[in-house]
Design a protein around this ligand. Structure first.
Ligand SMILES: [Zn+2]
Ligand SMILES: [Zn+2]
Length: 144
């Protein structure tokens, strides 16, 4: 009888120790999880490939307020201020971006600090994207 009581106490003690150990493990796990959660985005790391928007999206040079859309070779501004049939000239949106960068670079090279203004004009019977300077310098280019 007494022996059984000892065994019961031993069992209860062991059960209590197990419960305490389990609780400590849970607390440790929770702490580890809490500690790990701020690291998990870092663990995922910077995306291996650069985000595509910067590479593929081009801000409308006319309104500078919307990204150009390309539909079957025709580039349009969703606000309706620009429409270019790039396919007719075998151009891509990337080519248009390169031309715009070239125009900016050419204008910068003149030493003029004015900002460029792009607009659609009727030239030679077709709509063309042209660049001129807001400061009134002689810069003028037909971009596309
Ligand atoms: Zn626009
Ligand atoms: Zn200028």
């Amino acid at each position: 009888m007494l022996q059984e009581l000892d065994q019961l106490e031993a069992f209860e003690s062991a059960a209590l120790e197990a419960a305490v150990a389990e609780r400590e493990a849970l607390v440790a796990a929770a702490a580890a999880a809490a500690g790990a959660s701020p690291e998990s985005p870092a663990a995922a790391g910077p995306h291996p490939r650069p985000p595509p928007p910067a590479a593929q999206q081009l801000l409308c040079p006319v309104c500078m307020g919307a990204f150009l859309l390309q539909r079957a070779g025709v580039v349009v501004c969703p606000r309706g201020c620009l429409q270019l049939n790039l396919a007719a000239e075998s151009l891509s949106l990337g080519d248009l971006r390169a031309r715009l960068e070239q125009v900016y670079e050419e204008h910068r090279a003149t030493g003029c600090g004015g900002s460029l203004v792009f607009r659609m004009e009727d030239l030679f019977g077709s709509r063309s994207l042209t660049s001129s300077c807001a400061a009134g310098c002689p810069h003028y280019r037909v971009v596309a």
